[in-house]
Design a protein around this ligand. Structure first.
Ligand SMILES: [Zn+2]
Length: 313
């Protein structure tokens, strides 16, 4: 809901077991107003908006609270004490700070990317236009059911079908951009590193930055621990590079070999993302030429209509 203490109290009086999520969009609108009132329109447009956008991408509360402290410090240093105070009082307090969690309850995933939207996207992405949705669902639903289901807290649980088997059997058309990203990640071995049984791989914004143990340890320090005092970055970009510039690809072998990633795309489809594809190539589970020749070429958003292979295009 939008920030309304009265409505909040009413809902909690009715049922105190409800998790109230405040709205990101309205938070941004309100904070823009704080800056306008302090003659900070330009700062908001060039810097403030970007800072809150990055804050919104925080993968967990520890990243969120550390980054929030840095942003507040920046605003105060730049003379925007009032917007900083109002934002901290209004949107970082325990009652209202959960705007960053979004309606899916998963940090870093936008409010519009809830489960229904995720299904809608998956269906649009998976089913070719020439196939009727009804016949696709009738034919393939059992495969998907064998592949994953939902746990009580809405996490997708992968059952007993390997993801490559699923892709093959469903004849899934992988988006061209995903293949291209994975090719870039794979082609430079600075992009990934195996550390303690997991692979760490550059997020797409950070392609070709050298992956080092030092970077991974830094990343883990804030993502694994509940340490509320790790600000050793001076700027948002530095913070992002230190703590939000990579994804973890983990591998499970039971019930079947399965690659998992902590990125948002994988959260949505629980099947594949560019990071997993790249690591599959590293592990030689997949071979790039085969997959590149078998997928369709570039396509627009929505249900796929083209059948030309990427290699031909
Ligand atoms: Zn991923």
């Amino acid at each position: 809901m939008d920030k309304s203490p009265a409505t909040r109290n009413a809902v909690l009086a009715f049922n105190d077991n409800i998790n109230i999520i405040s709205c990101y969009f309205h938070m941004m609108k309100t904070v823009k107003g704080y800056f306008a009132a302090s003659s900070g329109n330009e700062y908001w447009e060039t810097t403030g908006k970007h800072e809150l956008h990055v804050l919104h991408l925080s993968p967990n509360l520890n990243v969120f609270s550390n980054l929030a402290k840095l942003i507040i410090k920046n605003w105060v240093t730049n003379g925007y004490v009032e917007p900083a105070t109002k934002f901290a009082d209004g949107y970082l307090c325990s009652q209202w700070c959960n705007w960053y969690i979004g309606s899916v309850g998963k940090p870093g995933v936008g409010v519009t990317n809830n489960l229904l939207e995720s299904y809608n996207n998956s269906i649009k992405g998976l089913i070719p236009t020439s196939v009727s949705i009804i016949s696709f669902v009738k034919d393939k639903i059992q495969l998907l059911a064998n592949y994953y289901s939902y746990s009580s807290n809405n996490d997708k649980i992968v059952n007993n079908l390997n993801q490559i088997e699923l892709i093959t059997q469903l004849n899934i058309i992988l988006p061209h951009e995903m293949i291209e990203k994975s090719r870039k990640l794979f082609s430079n071995n600075n992009n990934y590193l195996k550390y303690e049984d997991n692979y760490y791989i550059n997020a797409s914004k950070y392609i070709d930055n050298s992956m080092t143990i030092e970077r991974i340890t830094n990343h883990l320090s804030i993502n694994n621990n509940n340490n509320n005092n790790i600000i050793n970055s001076n700027t948002i970009d530095e913070f992002r590079y230190n703590f939000m510039s990579m994804h973890k690809v983990s591998i499970t072998t039971t019930p079947k070999l399965h690659y998992n990633c902590d990125c948002k795309l994988y959260y949505h489809n629980a099947v594949i993302c560019s990071h997993i594809l790249a690591i599959m190539m590293v592990d030689k589970v997949l071979d790039f030429d085969t997959i590149f020749a078998s997928i369709t070429g570039p396509r627009k958003r929505g249900r796929p209509s083209g059948y030309t292979s990427a290699l031909r295009k």
